[in-house]
Ligand binder design. Structure first.
Ligand SMILES: [Cu+2]
Length: 156
């Protein structure tokens, strides 16, 4: 267990050195590899990241806000026949000692109604709100539009 924590810390600091993935910690909650994709003004952006909970109790991501988005929602993908559709969810539970990754094709943040274009290379501020850990600020590293595959089709 101790060894695993050291490894995790090493991985996080390595990510920090690359500058693309800043880790933020609050209480037992650690956020790593936050990223997004380029999107146009008035369009919809997405947020992806990994949430680890080192605490002894489960926590829940209950909201997120981004100053550039009119509305920020927490979404999941559900299969309907052979089509994947996105659905808002009220919360994502992060189990005690576990982690959840928001990624294309699964859970993600949806940044709806961007007040300006978001370009690759910039970082997008997002506030995550957890039931127990409270607010956690993260900076999403913006990648090119369509980065990481098919889930780039995020129309609303
Ligand atoms: Cu979505």
């Amino acid at each position: 267990m101790h060894r695993r924590m050291i490894l995790a810390a090493a991985l996080l600091s390595a990510a920090g050195c690359r500058g693309a993935a800043r880790a933020q910690q609050s209480g037992g909650i650690t956020i790593s590899a936050p990223w997004s994709r380029a999107a146009g003004q008035g369009g919809t952006g997405a947020g992806f990241l990994t949430i680890a909970n080192a605490g002894s109790a489960p926590d829940r991501l209950v909201a997120a806000t981004c100053p550039l988005a009119r509305v920020t929602e927490i979404h999941t993908h559900v299969r309907e026949g052979d089509v994947m559709r996105m659905r808002p969810v009220p919360a994502i539970e992060i189990p005690a000692g576990g982690s959840v990754t928001l990624q294309p094709g699964g859970f993600h943040l949806m940044l709806i109604g961007l007040s300006r274009a978001v370009e690759a290379g910039e970082s997008l501020p997002v506030t995550l709100v957890f039931e127990r850990a409270g607010k956690v600020e993260v900076a999403l590293a913006v990648q090119a539009a369509g980065a990481r595959g098919p889930a780039a089709r995020h129309g609303h």
